[in-house]
Design a protein around this ligand. Structure first.
Ligand SMILES: [Zn+2]
Ligand SMILES: [Zn+2]
Length: 340
């Protein structure tokens, strides 16, 4: 089979021929129907994955069809359409037992969390092996190629929004900074499950148009910090920073209201001063990570109900290298998905 491989820190990914992987006991082989290309793939290519294999197949946003069952797997059958939950925990710690494998606590400092597409083989390939059937969510009528971006681009903002749901009363302002893969889904999710006033910010007008279509009430091109002052009464109960740079975090803080939540989802490595005089009273700052298995089921349910729908462009698997370059240069609207 063909696969896009991480071959070393700082090197471009390589399209290689590999044997089709065999599922071991308890494992499931998936025939990939779609693999989303995410900004974290760019970070991974740049910085590598400590503790993982020196080479591995990229792709952590995956969906497809059950292709082969390892010994002992009885809860799925060949041909089932499934979304793959991407963050593989130990399955036994308190976090994993609550289905929050994104916060698996059994990971020791010398044993970094590895999962498909980050240190072990992921889904930018024709097939992948998932270590346990508990990481699969059955799809009813959603196509795997549409479901793939839900496993990260939608799950990550959904998890963040759920953490703040106690402040998301009707009429409360929520800002989404960066209308990329995560940001455009954040707007849709807010529209679907809250009656909040949604403000979307980006530096690209085409992305702001996408935010309007996704349900944003106000959009603002925030190239230049002063524009933040243009948002009347933007004292937000929740600010989702889907970029995470110095600049975006500064903008995010300016938008955060008293008792508000600032959540940074983007991985651009920004730093923010956090002190009594620098942030509004009662404000919290957090870096939520991905989402739980139960939340992925909820996200799939929202999509199956037609309440959210990723803006997706499909590309053949062989175009992976070009898609990664497009993403690097900010030319992807919504999510790009590789279809083998
Ligand atoms: Zn991702
Ligand atoms: Zn665990």
């Amino acid at each position: 089979m063909k696969a896009w491989r991480f071959v070393g820190k700082g090197s471009p990914p390589r399209f290689m021929e590999l044997p089709v992987p065999e599922p071991g006991p308890g494992q499931v082989r998936i025939r990939i129907g779609g693999a989303g290309v995410c900004h974290s793939d760019l970070h991974l290519l740049e910085s590598g994955r400590e503790g993982g294999a020196s080479m591995f197949t990229l792709g952590h946003e995956n969906a497809g069809w059950v292709d082969a069952l390892g010994a002992g797997v009885t809860d799925f059958k060949e041909g089932d359409a499934v979304a793959v939950y991407g963050k593989w925990g130990c399955g036994q710690c308190a976090a994993c037992l609550r289905s929050c494998e994104n916060y698996c606590t059994s990971v020791l400092p010398n044993r970094p969390a590895l999962f498909g597409g980050a240190g072990v083989d992921g889904g930018m390939a024709e097939y992948m092996v998932v270590p346990s059937s508990r990481h699969l969510v059955l799809l009813k009528h959603l196509k795997p190629s549409m479901a793939a971006p839900l496993t990260d681009a939608a799950l990550t903002p959904y998890h963040a929004i759920k953490r703040a749901r106690h402040v998301l009363s009707p009429g409360v302002s929520v800002a989404v900074i960066g209308v990329g893969g995560l940001g455009h889904m954040a707007v849709q999710i807010l529209k679907a499950i809250t009656a909040c006033k949604i403000i979307a910010l980006d530096v690209d007008d085409e992305k702001l148009n996408l935010a309007l279509k996704a349900g944003a009430h106000t959009v603002l091109n925030c190239r230049g910090m002063a524009s933040v002052e243009l948002i009347e009464g933007a004292s937000c109960g929740l600010v989702l920073d889907c970029v995470g740079s110095h600049e975006s975090m500064k903008t995010a803080l300016a938008l955060t209201g008293v008792d508000g939540h600032l959540m940074v989802l983007g991985l651009a490595g920004g730093v923010l001063p956090f002190s009594k005089s620098a942030v509004p009273w009662g404000a919290t700052l957090s870096f939520p990570y991905w989402g739980s298995r139960a939340e992925l089921q909820e996200v799939i349910c929202l999509a199956e109900s037609g309440l959210i729908q990723p803006h997706v462009t499909f590309h053949p698997l062989s175009a992976g290298g070009a898609v990664i370059s497009d993403l690097q240069e900010g030319r992807v609207l919504g999510r790009a998905v590789l279809v083998p």
